[in-house]
Design a protein around this ligand. Sequence first.
Ligand SMILES: [Zn+2]
Length: 60
Amino acid sequence: MAQAGGGKSKNSRTAVTTQKFFCSCGGEVKMKELFQGGKRKCIAECLKCKRIERRPTDFI
Ligand SMILES: [Zn+2]
């Protein structure tokens, strides 16, 4: 790739910390923390249809 486009850094938004996921119904998927049996468990829930999956990528 040639250098083009001026002085904007391309390194600032490579992290996947705040990536958004969307359910097949179009609703936004949010991460949730549950406590089950004394253990903390992360699940992903669709705000629209309330579908719950173990990972946000399971909605796609
Ligand atoms: Zn949904």
